[in-house]
Design a protein around this ligand. Structure first.
Ligand code: SAH
Length: 372
């Protein structure tokens, strides 16, 4: 490489966004494309990629593995659910687990994953670990997709201050040809296909140097189900679980029940409020009293339609207001949460005050009147 040309570039090469962010974005884009449910990040370090992935709504299981427990522990609290996750549980379930162990060892907790990411991991492996790595990841874990990124040593002369390797813990750094021959051989051995790409573009005129970070995306060629893998490959657990968070989810009956009760009471309160204001406006005119006049706002319009089309009219009797459950069930959010009318009845039984026949939510308005 021409020395002056090289010097010119070593001054100006600065990636924007930073390279580690581009690598993580690459994984996120892959997740958006393939929609894996279970993702494991090997060599997860400070869990920053896992943190980013927990916002991908297709993922239900996230696992991290690292040989250094301290680096994982530094920021693992960022993977815990927040108060807002409890206030508004998500419709998907999500479990995040961190394991302490080596990619050179097999552990059953690593089975059944759809996507396995190894971002800037392999160059940290000792020769003996690198030898075992393909059998553990491609032979044993055997996910549908594996992503491996590693530095491209051909780019190093363009980087300022890189003498031998980019990081003191790197055991090697490969050229494009070295990485590709290792990856192609691994793919051939374990029946995967592999495609090469990368992040961190070389400067114009130096395209031959390749990406600063080289990436191989491996796709398994044969189909496999999680269950068959587990029964075929009994191995002893060797990893230590250092963190586990189960996010609140509406798939859990306890959170679903709370959400349905709140939504039913909220919906019934709004219907009651509309009914009472109409009731007051109409005074004692018996003609007008029974009609539910839709107003401009969406809620009243919707309710108006229901009353006309389905004859599901809320009504006042003495000090009590009755809002039929069928009316409440027809509201989209309640409907989506419960699925069936029977489920709605089951979830609110004993938790919401109902009419004696159980067909309507009942409010006593004696107190409301006193306040007014
Ligand atoms: N993947 C991270 C950074 C990786 S740095 C990112 O995207 O930013 C490499 C990580 O691999 C380090 O945290 C190191 O502790 C871990 N590591 C090294 N050897 C390992 C092994 N044999 N098994 C599992 N993790 C290992």
């Amino acid at each position: 490489m021409d020395k002056s040309f090289q010097e010119k570039f070593t001054q100006i090469i600065k990636f924007e966004p930073p390279l580690y962010k581009q690598r993580h974005q690459f994984v996120k884009d892959l997740v958006e494309k393939y929609k894996p449910k279970k993702v494991a990040d090997l060599g997860c370090a400070d869990c920053s990629l896992l943190w980013m992935l927990k916002f991908c709504s297709c993922i239900e299981v996230l696992a991290g593995l690292d040989i250094c427990a301290n680096v994982m522990k530094e920021k693992m609290h960022t993977l815990s659910p927040l108060p807002v996750d409890y206030l508004q549980p998500s419709e998907r379930s999500l479990t995040v687990t961190l394991h302490h162990g080596s990619v050179a060892h097999k552990d059953p907790c690593m089975l059944g994953f759809d996507l396995v990411t190894c971002i800037e991991l392999i160059e940290h492996l000792e020769e003996s670990e690198l030898e075992k790595f393909p059998e553990v990841v491609f032979g044993f874990m055997a996910p549908s997709i594996v992503v491996i990124s590693t530095p491209n040593s051909e780019f190093n002369p363009l980087l300022p201050r890189v003498m031998l390797y980019r990081h003191p813990d790197h055991k090697f750094e490969w050229s494009q040809a070295q990485f590709q021959s290792w990856a192609l051989e691994t793919a051939r051995c374990y029946d995967y296909s592999v495609e090469f790409t990368g992040v961190g573009h070389p400067p114009t005129g130096m395209e031959k140097v390749g990406f600063c970070t080289q990436i191989g995306v491996f796709v398994r060629k044969y189909p496999q189900t999680g269950e068959s893998v587990q029964s075929e490959k009994p191995v002893e657990a060797v990893y230590k679980t250092v963190f586990k968070a189960v996010y609140p989810s509406l798939k859990d009956e306890k959170y679903l029940q709370n959400a349905v009760i709140s939504e039913v009471i909220f919906t019934a309160q709004i219907i009651k409020h509309r009914l009472m204001s109409k009731h007051e406006e109409d005074g004692d005119d018996p003609e007008r009293k029974s009609k539910f006049q839709p107003s401009m706002d969406f809620f009243s319009d919707y309710l108006g339609k229901l009353v006309v089309e389905k004859n599901m009219e809320p009504f006042v009797s003495g000090n009590e207001v009755y809002i039929p459950l069928t009316t409440i069930f027809s509201f989209p959010k309640v409907n989506r949460l419960c699925g069936t009318f029977e489920k709605l009845c089951k979830l609110i039984a004993g938790k919401v005050t109902l009419s004696s026949d159980g067909s309507a939510v009942m409010f006593n308005i004696e107190h409301d009147n006193e306040e007014n």
